[in-house]
Every structure is written in C-alpha cells, then in structure tokens.
Design a protein around this ligand. Structure first.
Ligand SMILES: C[S@@+](CC[C@H](N)C(=O)[O-])C[C@H]1O[C@@H](n2cnc3c(N)ncnc32)[C@H](O)[C@@H]1O
Length: 730
C-alpha cells in the first residue's frame, strides 16, 4: 500500500524534516553502561546459559545497528528495493572489498561470519524488505563513503517509503496475522511504528478499501498526536485514534447490521508500557535508572491491560502481548497469571513458523520475583512483609503441573546477542471461549445501559446548542461531522470529478460545524459506523484522510481540489475525464520542473497527455502513470503512480512534495543526482531536508489553501521526529 502514505505538512512547517539521524541532545557517549543490580538480577533469573553471559552482556552494552524496512504496496516497495540493492548497498558499502559484505540469506553465507557482515537482509521479514546495517546512524552520517546512502535514507524516510524501526519491534504485527476484514485494536499504540505496520497489513496488496479497521489508542494525549502523525503518513481511511486508559477501555458500539451491539475485535496488539531494558542499546540512560522495583510495579498495569484486551477480543480472535523488557516478571509472569485466570479459555499459540530464521529462546517457566535489593524468592511465603506492596503472589511462576498446561515455552524471547538487536518478548494468545468472568448476559446488560446513557445524551443535546469543542472528561477535539445524503457541496464535487455512485458521500466528513468547510476527509464505512456510534462515549482524537481541499483559484469550476493524501482511497471512483494518462517521460518532465513559476507547457508532454489535457477545463486532476512493461501482467504487478496534478491555462503541474518527487523520480530510474549533494564537498542545494521547498513542484500559490494544522499535530510531528531520531520507543 505505497498508496497509503506520506504528506508531512506539519513537519515541514516545523522545519524538522530530514533529521532522521540527528544525535540525541544528551550525549549518550558519557553514560557508563554498567549497573550491578541489573547484572545480578538477570544472572539470578538465568535469562541465558552461563556460557552465553559474557556475549550477552557485551552485546547489550554496544550501540544498536541501524535497521529500516521498506513500506508500501508490494509493487512500489519491490521497485524501491531494486533501487536499494542496485544503487546503494552493493556500491556504497565497502565498494572495493568483498561484495559478500551484503548478505541476503543469513545463515547460508559460509565465507563470512555474521560479525563481518555489514548489511543483513532480515530473513524473517516478508519479501526481503527489512535491512540491518552494522553501522550506527552516526557512522553513516559522518563518513563520506556513505553520503549517497545517507541522502537516500533521509529522503525516503521523509516521503514515508522507508520506516526506521528497531528490528525486534517489527515482530508483533507480523505474528498477529491481520487480514483486511479484521477489526484491530492497538491498545498502547504511541508513537505508532507498529500501528503503521498493522495498517499496512490491513490494506495488504488489495486496492479495495478494507472492510476492517485499526483503532489505535494511547493513554497519553500528547502521544496520541504522534499517532495522528503516523496515520497521516499512511493515508488510510481505516484508522481511528483514541485516547483512553486501555486497562479500562470502554466498549465500542456498532450498528453495522442495524441493531446496536458491542464490537469484539478480531486482532489486538497489547504492546504494553514496560521497563524497556531490552532497549538499553539505543537508550543507554536506562543503565542509570534500572532497578528491580520498576518491573514489579509495572506487572499490575501490564496484566490489567492484557486482561481488558482479552475481554474485548472476539472468540477465535488473537491477541499479541509484547514488551521490550527482558524481565520475566513483566513477561512470562503476566502471561502465566492471565492463562491461569482464564482457566482454559485462552491459550498460547506457537507462531515461530511465521518468523523463519529468527534466533530466539523459548519463554521461561521458572523465575524468581525479587525485591529492590535483588533478593529472589522461590515462593510468596518467603517474601518479607516490607516488600508485600511490590511483590504479589500472582507474580510467581506456575507449579510444575500448571506449567505443563500453560506451555510458556511458546513465548518468544529475543536477546540482544542472538542477532545483534534489542531485547524483546512476544506472546500470541488465542481466545477459545468466553472468559470465566465474562457472560453473554452481562454484556447485553452493559450494552443496554450504554444505550440508555447514549439516548439521554442525545436528548440533552437537543436541548442545548452543540459547542464547537465538546468536552468529555476534559478533552477537547473538533467534532466529526459526516455529510448527510443531501450535503449541498457534494453534487458540485461529484460532477466535476465524475465520481461513481458507489462512493458513499456519507463517508465524507469535516471538522467544522460552522463556517466554510475547508478540508473534506474520507473514512471507510466501518470507521464511520464506529465514529458515529461512539463519539460521545470514547475520546476520539482523529480519523479520516484528507481528500478534498477548498481551492481559492477562481479558474476552476469546482471549489475543491484533490488532496494527494486521500487520492489513493478515492481513485477507483474518479471518472475518466479528470484522469490524465501520462508516460514515464511526462512524469519526469513534470517532476523535474524546479521553477513553480514556470511549469512545463502542455505542448512539451506526450501526444496522448496533451490531447487529454486540452480536452478538459482548468483545475485539479489526477496524473496517472502505469508502467508499460508489466501492463498485461496477470498478477497486476505493473507500477502505477497516481499524483494530484493541475491543468493550468497552457501548462500542467504535478502537485508533489519534494521528498515524494525524488522518490517517484527514483522509481522511474530518472537522474536524481542534483538532489544527491555530497555535503563533505558542497553545501547542499538540492532540498532533501524538506526544510525549504525550492525544488518542490507546486501548484499556483493562489490556489494553495491555508490549511491550519492543529498545534498539537505540529508539536507531535516534531516530537515523533525527535523520537525516531533518538530511537526511543518505550
Ligand atoms: C511500549 S510503548 C508503545 C509503543 C508502540 N506500540 C509502538 O510500537 O510505537 C507503550 C505506550 O503505552 C502507553 N500507555 C501506558 N499506559 C497505558 C494505558 N493504561 N493505556 C493505554 N496506553 C498506555 C504509553 O503512553 C506508551 O505510549
């Protein structure tokens, strides 16, 4: 779904683009990576065989290699992968040395040990799209040898076509088995790297809008706007962002088949808050503050979230529980506790076949809950009273007989030295029947109560005018106002773009009750159902992908231009008139135009494109490129690029941000060397940073609308940038 991505207006405004590798403000070099308690605690737990201890402890003290994955639809991602392999990895990494520094089949290379390999294609990530570079970001940034790779990583990150994500953090969405019809809940989602993967998996390679959706939730309001930022990159109409404590997450109501019912989710990701000691390689400050009490205190929160997740899960549904902590009290102890409480209603799944080539150890069945002074206890009765607040009976490992039933060995533990990553824990659970404390009756009663509350609010609402900013438990968000069947704006837009009647206009929404509508967003019908039926009961932060934008250019018959963000969602519904076929050469001509004041004249484009443009009125249009080579491929593997364009009086333009522009040019095999400035020799003129827009191909200024991004989003954009930079996830 290369289609569902990009646009980083907020980031551009902040001038934060391109800082993919900026060193975190505080200097990690000065941190002494030692913590006696940490070592004592994990030796006590026996998290690895004694013979591996030295390798483990050495590895966890080293800086983390750089990892990234290529995002997008299979076709577009594969095209970019080809560029990565042919243009960057082979030539740039040790060009004069043995080409086997690139390993595409880990384990099969007999000549070089993994230690000698600089570049590894992660074998367990589908389609070879994830890579690990044995170089830190600083190595890449500081060395002239890698300047082209550095430029590439910056610009493709900016355009959302690669995602910098720690290798192990890619695992949970992969084992969740998300399909396009699934209702997916991401309970602790911010900053959202896994949410992005979930959305990509939901869209799969199907061009249809998925019937399922992803609800991405976080308790931290500020961090919710990081999710908005991630969602903006993906341009999916199937995501909703909510701001709740997931340990007490309210039920969602649906009326999809007429009568109200409680939504049960098919897939849930429970990537809980944790001590994060698996991330010490990228967050060395954890060495300074690590203590055993931390994990003990988190156990209860983690258990509470997982428990609520299981309640919200459909029978037959799957939930992934994950942490970036090595601590069994935060990992197996939570799983063991919940399995015991569920009394057979929930069981662990073995998902190792979904991760071919991943090195890991099975989950532990024995551990020693320990007090802050690193004294481990075999049983609760041995715990001195002073620690009873911290250590509770439920944290203890199962008895031998219990352990045989629980199969904690189906959990996956990745330790840093296994394949030079961070540490990680992941477990997949399936719900086979109602939980012992759940009953159909209770759910129905609850639902009725919810309905009563809902209708009371409705009645109250009719008696008082709706305020622009509603307040639910202190939160304020602009309302979500869906078009009704008779929306006066719709016929105008529909006729201009010849929009098929299959597009339901009631799935379009705005965020302003009064005044001129500026931006029109689009959601899938499933998302619309959730928003309409839950806006009064759940803190909804954001939904919808920007699809039409008010345009003040009076040369256009329609008051709304297309927005690139929503184009991929509605392209199947747009009629042939405003879809302009372009060739690869047209695309290159349109995208290499540097001067917004001098866009290419129509006569410079291909005859077919000229003919089409000459036949339509001025204004917004779609520029559609379909790769000729594979046009008749039965698997429909031809590269298709749809860009928002503008038909001017005598000229045409692509309306594409700079980073996207470079990306498309790269995919077309065009020359992008003018953007590829060697900063060690020249001051950059090509604008890969995105801070300026000198090279972006832009629409007439008068048609550009003043899209005021909410302050929270701009701040969050900057914050995500900072986090990605510092690689801090937990
Ligand atoms: C490990 S991080 C999640 C990382 C995220 N899944 C990702 O891949 O980018 C944990 C998140 O849980 C959130 N959180 C903590 N307590 C929570 C709660 N009770 N309900 C919902 N979210 C919570 C934190 O704000 C934090 O963003």
């Amino acid at each position: 779904m290369g289609k569902f991505k990009k646009s980083k207006k907020g980031r551009n405004k902040q001038g934060n683009e391109g800082k993919w590798d900026e060193t975190p403000r505080r200097s990690y070099q000065d941190i002494v990576r030692e913590n006696e308690d940490f070592e004592k605690y994990y030796k006590l737990q026996g998290i690895c065989p004694d013979s591996e201890w030295d390798t483990f402890i050495t590895s966890i003290k080293e800086n983390l290699p750089t990892t990234f994955r290529i995002t997008g639809s299979k076709v577009e991602a594969k095209a970019l992968l080809k560029v990565v392999k042919s243009e960057f990895f082979k030539d740039i990494l040790n060009p004069t040395q043995n080409s086997k520094t690139v390993d595409e089949s880990v384990g099969e290379n007999e000549e070089l040990s993994p230690d000698e390999l600089k570049l590894i294609n992660l074998p367990w990530y589908p389609d070879g799209l994830a890579w690990q570079l044995k170089l830190t970001r600083k190595d890449i940034r500081r060395s002239e040898e890698y300047f082209r790779l550095h430029n590439f990583l910056i610009s493709e990150t900016n355009s959302g076509n690669i995602s910098r994500q720690e290798a192990v953090s890619m695992i949970p969405p992969l084992v969740l088995d998300v399909q396009s019809h699934h209702k997916v809940l991401d309970m602790c989602a911010a900053p959202g790297s896994k949410t992005s993967q979930l959305i990509e998996l939901l869209h799969g390679d199907n061009n249809n809008i998925p019937t399922g959706y992803v609800i991405a939730n976080d308790i931290d309001n500020k961090r919710c706007y990081m999710l908005v930022h991630q969602a903006k990159r993906l341009n999916s109409p199937c995501i909703i962002i909510t701001n709740q404590d997931s340990g007490a997450m309210p039920n969602f109501i649906t009326k999809s088949d007429g009568k109200p019912s409680i939504v049960k989710f098919d897939r849930i990701l429970c990537d809980v808050p944790c001590s994060g000691d698996g991330t010490m390689r990228k967050n060395p400050d954890i060495w300074l503050k690590w203590n055993a009490a931390n994990g003990n205190n988190l156990h209860r929160i983690q258990w509470r979230i997982l428990r609520r997740g299981l309640e919200m899960l459909e029978i037959g549904g799957q939930i992934v529980y994950s942490t970036c902590s090595l601590n069994p009290v935060e990992d197996e102890a939570v799983i063991s506790r919940i399995l015991k409480e569920a009394n057979g209603a929930v069981e662990l799944l073995d998902v190792t076949s979904k991760l071919p080539g991943l090195k890991f150890v099975p989950g532990m069945s024995h551990w020693l809950p320990a007090s802050r002074d690193i004294k481990g206890y075999e049983k609760y009765e041995d715990v001195p009273e002073e620690w009873h607040q911290q250590i509770i009976p439920q944290m203890f490992p199962p008895s031998k007989e219990e352990a045989e039933k629980l199969h904690l060995d189906k959990c996956i533990r990745v330790l840093p030295h296994h394949q030079d990553t961070g540490g990680f824990f992941v477990a997949v659970l399936v719900k086979n029947k109602l939980l012992p404390w759940e009953s159909e009756k209770k759910e129905v009663e609850l639902e009725n109560k919810d309905q009563e509350k809902g209708s009371k609010r409705e009645n109250d609402k009719t008696n008082e005018p709706q305020r622009k900013k509603r307040r639910i438990q202190g939160y304020k968000e602009d309302p979500f106002i869906f078009f009704d069947e008779n929306e006066p704006l719709w016929p105008l837009i529909r006729n201009f773009y010849e929009i098929d009647s299959k597009l339901d206009p009631t799935c379009l929404l705005t965020r302003c009750k009064e005044g001129k509508k500026k931006n029109i967003y689009f959601t899938s019908p499933g998302v619309r159902d959730i928003v309409i039926n839950n806006a009064d009961r759940v803190k909804l932060i954001n939904t919808g992908v920007k699809t039409f934008v008010r345009c003040y250019n009076t040369d256009m018959e329609c008051a709304f231009r297309l927005a690139q963000e929503g184009l991929q969602s509605i392209i199947p519904f747009i009629g042939p008139k405003r879809r302009v076929p372009i060739t690869k050469d047209d695309l290159i001509t349109l995208l290499t135009c540097d001067n917004p004041k001098l866009p290419p004249e129509i006569f410079r484009l291909s005859p077919k494109c000229q003919e089409h443009l000459n036949a339509i009125s001025q204004g917004s249009c779609v520029l559609s490129f379909v790769e000729e080579d594979n046009k008749n491929d039965p698997d429909n593997n031809s590269l298709k690029l749809h860009l928002v364009g503008w038909r001017g009086k005598t000229s045409a333009r692509g309306y594409v941000p700079t980073a996207d522009c470079v990306h498309y040019l790269r995919l077309c095999g065009a020359d992008v060397s003018k953007y590829d400035v060697n900063k060690f020799k020249n001051k950059p003129t090509g604008d890969l940073s995105g801070e300026g827009d000198s090279n972006s191909v832009k629409i007439d200024v008068e048609c550009e609308v003043n899209e005021n991004e909410p302050e929270e989003i701009i701040e969050a954009d900057a914050e995500v940038e900072k986090m990605e930079t510092a690689n801090t996830v937990s």
